[in-house]
Design a protein around this ligand. Structure first.
Ligand code: HH2
Length: 335
C-alpha cells in the first residue's frame, strides 16, 4: 500500500502547477510518498496518479452547515462531573447554557458531551448521558441559538436524543465501533459524522499503546471506518476524520501524528484536530494544570491549520479565534 502525504504550504508565492490542498487555504506542489517497507520519497504533484491528485485537491463539501474552505472552531462543552479540564464546571444546566452562550461568539460549532473519555474514565449509562446533554441542546435551541451543535458520544441512544433536541452532527470517539446501533442512527437521520481513531476503551487506552507505525496504522483504521460508514449508507461527503490525539497514544505518538497530519487529507474527507489542553501539552510545555495550557494548545492548533486541518476542537474558543485572526492577517487573508 502506498500513502500520499501532501507537503502543505501557506507561503505567499505559489509555484506554477501547485494545487490547492482540499480546496482550502494551503497549497502543495510536492507529496511525500510513504510505504511501510520502504524509505519515504518526495515527488512532484505531476508524478501523482490523477485520482490521488484529485482526492487531495478537491474542495470538501459543507459539513453540518460549516464551510470547509476555511478553518472552523469547535468549542468544547462538557456536561460532566469528571472531564479532565472542565469537569464539574458545567454540569448544572444553567451553567452549561451560560457557557454555550459565551462560546457561541467565537466558536463556529459547539461540541456537547455528557461522558468523559479521559484516560481511565468510567462508562456513563445511556439515560444519564441523555439527561446531561439533550436538555442543554433543547434549551439552547429554545433560546434561539442557531449555532451548529455536535453531540460527542459513542452511544446510539444518546445521539438519537441529541439530534431530536437540535444537534446536527455526531462526534463519535469510537468511530461507530462501540455501539452497533450508531451507524443506522446517523444514516437514518441523514446527519454528518466525525469518526475518531481510538484504541480500546478510555478505561484502558493508555495501558502501553503500541503501533507498527502510528501514522499509517491510524490512517488505515480511519480508511476502514469510512468504508464501514459508507456501507451503512452514510455518504462520504458527510464524514470527517480525526486521528484522536491522546486516545491510546504516548506523547511521541501524538507528535508523530501532528507532524504529518496532512496525510489524512488523502482520505478525501475533512480533518479535525483535537489537542486542546491535553496531557502531552502539559508534559512538553511544562504545565501541570490543564486550564493553564492555552498557549501550548494554540501552538498545536496553528500547526494543524498550517497543514490544512478544517476543524479545531478547543476549550479556549476566544483565544483560538484571536490566534486564528492574526495567523490569517499575517498571511494577508480576510477572515
Ligand atoms: N477529545 C476528547 C473528547 N472528544 N472528540 C474528537 N472528535 N476529538 C478529540 O480529540 C476528542 C473528542 C477529550 O477531551 P475533552 O472533551 O476535553 O475531555 P473529556 O473526554 O474528559 O470530557
Amino acid at each position: 500500500m502506498t500513502y500520499y502525504r501532501p507537503i502543505a504550504s501557506v507561503d505567499p508565492s505559489r509555484p506554477t502547477g501547485a494545487l490547492p490542498l482540499a480546496g482550502g487555504w494551503c497549497w502543495f506542489s510536492q507529496v511525500e510518498v510513504l510505504r511501510r517497507d520502504a524509505v519515504a520519497e518526495v515527488v512532484p504533484v505531476s508524478a501523482l496518479p490523477g485520482e490521488v491528485r484529485d482526492r487531495l485537491s478537491a474542495p470538501r463539501a459543507v459539513f453540518g452547515g460549516l464551510a470547509m474552505d476555511r478553518p472552523q472552531i469547535m468549542g468544547i462543552l462538557n456536561v460532566t462531573p469528571d472531564s479532565f479540564s472542565d469537569g464539574g464546571k458545567f454540569l448544572a444546566p444553567e451553567a452549561a447554557l451560560a457557557q454555550a452562550r459565551a462560546m457561541a461568539d467565537a466558536a463556529d460549532v459547539l461540541d456537547i458531551g455528557g461522558e468523559s473519555t479521559r484516560p481511565g474514565a468510567a462508562e456513563v449509562a445511556v439515560a444519564e448521558e441523555v439527561e446531561r446533554t439533550a436538555p442543554v441542546i433543547g434549551a439552547l435551541r429554545a433560546g434561539g441559538m442557531t449555532i451548529p451543535v455536535s453531540i460527542d458520544t459513542r452511544k446510539a441512544g444518546v445521539a438519537r436524543a441529541a439530534l431530536a433536541a437540535g444537534a446536527g452532527i455526531v462526534n463519535d470517539v469510537a468511530a461507530m465501533g462501540f455501539d452497533p446501533g450508531m451507524a443506522s442512527v446517523v444514516a437514518e437521520a441523514g446527519v454528518p459524522v466525525i469518526l475518531m481513531h481510538s484504541i480500546k476503551t478510555p478505561a484502558t487506552m493508555q495501558d502501553d499503546p503500541r503501533y507498527e507505525d502510528v501514522l499509517l496504522d491510524v490512517y488505515d483504521f480511519l480508511k476502514a471506518r469510512i468504508a464501514v460508514a459508507e456501507a451503512a449508507g452514510i455518504p462520504r461527503d458527510r464524514i470527517m476524520v480525526d486521528p484522536g490525539i491522546g486516545f491510546g497514544k504516548t506523547a511521541a505518538h501524538n507528535l508523530a501524528l501532528i507532524r504529518r497530519l496532512s496525510l489524512f487529507h488523502a482520505l478525501g474527507v475533512p480533518v479535525l484536530l483535537g489537542a486542546s489542553r491535553k496531557r502531552f501539552i502539559g508534559t512538553i510545555g511544562g504545565e501541570a494544570l490543564a486550564e493553564q495550557r492555552v498557549a501550548g494548545s494554540l501552538a498545536v492548533a496553528l500547526a494543524g491549520v498550517a497543514q490544512g486541518v478544517q476543524v479545531l476542537r478547543v476549550h479556549d474558543v476566544a483565544e483560538t479565534r484571536q490566534a486564528l485572526r492574526l495567523w490569517q492577517a499575517v498571511r494577508g487573508e480576510a477572515e
